[in-house]
Design a binder for this molecule. Sequence first.
Ligand code: GLN
Ligand code: ZN
Length: 756
Amino acid sequence: MSSYVVGFPRIGEKRELKFALEKFWSGKESFDTVTQVASQLKKRHWNYQKEAGVDLISVNDFSLYDNMLDLAVMLGAIPERFRGLENEELYFAMARGNKDAVAMEMTKWFNTNYHYIVPELTLNDTYKLNATKLINEYKEAKEQGINAKINIIGPITFLALSKRVDRGDTFELLSKILPIYEELLSEIAKLDEKVVIQIDEPYFVKDLEAKELSLIKPTYDKLASVSENLKILVATYFEHSNEANKILVKTPITGLILDFIHGIDNTESLEAIAQSGKKLIAGVVDGRNIWINDILKSVDLLEDIAKVVDKDKLCTGTSCSLLHTPFTLEYEEKLDANVKSWLSYAKEKLQEVEIIETIFRDGKDALNEAQKDILENNIEANKTRKTADIIHDKAVQDRVNSNFAKEREDKFEDRIEVQHKTFNYPTLPTTTIGSFPQTPEVRKARREFKKGEISKEEYENAMKKYIDDCVAFQEEADIDVLVHGEPERNDMVEYFGEQLKGFAFSQNGWVQSYGSRCVKPPVIYGDVSRPKAMTVDWITYAQSKTDRVMKGMLTGPVTILNWSFVRDDIERSDVSKQIALAIADEVSDLQDAGIKMIQVDEAAFKEGYPLRESKIATYEEWAVRDFKICVAPAKADTQIHTHMCYSEFNDIIRTIEAMDADVISIETARSGNELLKIFAKIGYKQEVGPGVYDIHSPRVPSKEEIVEQINKLLEVLPAKQLWINPDCGLKTRKWEEVKPSLINMVEAVKEVRSKL
Ligand code: GLN
Ligand code: ZN
């Protein structure tokens, strides 16, 4: 075994799977078409790897929707509401719901932007193996002459990421799940004389409790002794897994696959691995990013590892599955040539792995001519990356190192008094989170303008028309603090990225987000600055249409980072600081233009949290630092709002408080007032807008319902501290839903106010 790839993306380099699925779902194509497209894609992806020289190629990394869902189906973990369904009908009903049953929940896969389906388990479940998909895929690969290994998610990670519908601890089900895994493994053992199984246990990179750690040895003792025919490799990624590594080496598994990019601390386990004589696949090619590898540096790293672990036991791998990177640079025709020379997508990463492995094993002379060229380009590109003008902007660096304002001048207690005098807003002021429905007409105008099919003037008029209507509606509904509705924004990160220096946009850099849904994250390649104002014209236009207060609307640095591919040649926190200064410029310009309330969204603040507790303090420090930098220009009478898209604040409430926003709106509508209690408990001083209705559903909440919700909020926080708003932006909703909902919201507030 030499070069190793943990997994490959599956949606297709032209998103073939997405389109096939969506046609099937809308009834335009049969399921056979989906199966055919899937087979073609598998074949193509296997061959890409084979051609690149990868020795062992993953099967079962493919999925029509999600691997956790596949696993739940394979184990027979089918929630009751789907029982009676079969095959694709069952599978897609679990993923997407059907007319009788709501879909299963979906959530983020560790700290990535990939979402998995959360399995639902109960103590009464009976599990039953259904390995057809996996076995067929293995046979399919074999028939095509592919040297296949089988990927599955391990039992401990499966349970850790599942939820118990009947409450209780999912690990209680290990004794039921493990026999199914054993059965699966013995089925696999029948397939061939030797089969390599990669068991993914990314949960091992978290800070596991002693109880959880104690499950590892018995589990892997069992799995690794199912059959002599099996070679088990346990994979972890996104961080180090030292605690688990040291246990795993004492079980009869064959080896470990570890991340040496995001989990460089794994070097601590090398001694133990060496002593155990286990194989080690060292992930040195980043599967989370799109930057070229520094090939010679990776070879050095492997050589360092080889000082401890026997070279024969060691091989080169990717840091995790390449699922999180786009397919190939082939179709990138418009990217700046320099920027492109610094990029490497999944297909290009295959070559990197192979070249690193070859140099490490046999020296540079062992490379073929094509590989030698790639190496030469790689050395050159890494060199230009260190000095290129489009990356390194002295003005930005001077500014970052200068003495700029780090926080607002006035204390909250003083500011809020000034603000209440300035705005004189009523008790329980009403507002919204920023966006209003993105109508087909708005999308069309944006698209046509981008393609040059309509003039700038036509485009601006279309946007202004939308803003006019949006303002008129809000006035009519009698909302206190207005927004312009964000019609000019396709996406809250892309909109800013397109206007900031240091960002690039790919044509085909799609990565799967969930199911058939893909995103094309902006690429932050260089020092970030703001050439000119980004939102001032739109917001001042909107303000000119009303006497009420118009909120300016910006996206904060952590959210921009989390939803982009971020350069890896400087610290993430340094990129964040540069973005913060650019946003600060915008805050300052908005304020100068007479905008008195400014919201800086940090929708992804919590997603950015590190997987390891020991790293949280550092993250919080720079994340808070940069939010404060963004809003530092705001005078006492400029009110700063922020918004966060989640509700569980218990463990981070002090950090939220330290951000020092005047008002925060949050997503608590689905929890009554339960999740708000932490604000009261710690004596949170700033104002809070807990969402009073759930925008994720098309349902229109009644006035009575909202009254009840507001009263619940009042049980926890005093009226003077509360704002009333929906729980997130309204862009995914329809006007028919939004209008009555907001009208009911305002009516509800008026009723509550009259009784205060
Ligand atoms: N201001 C943004 C909007 O309303 C916030 C979106 C979000 O929280 N994800 O769309
Ligand atoms: Zn939100």
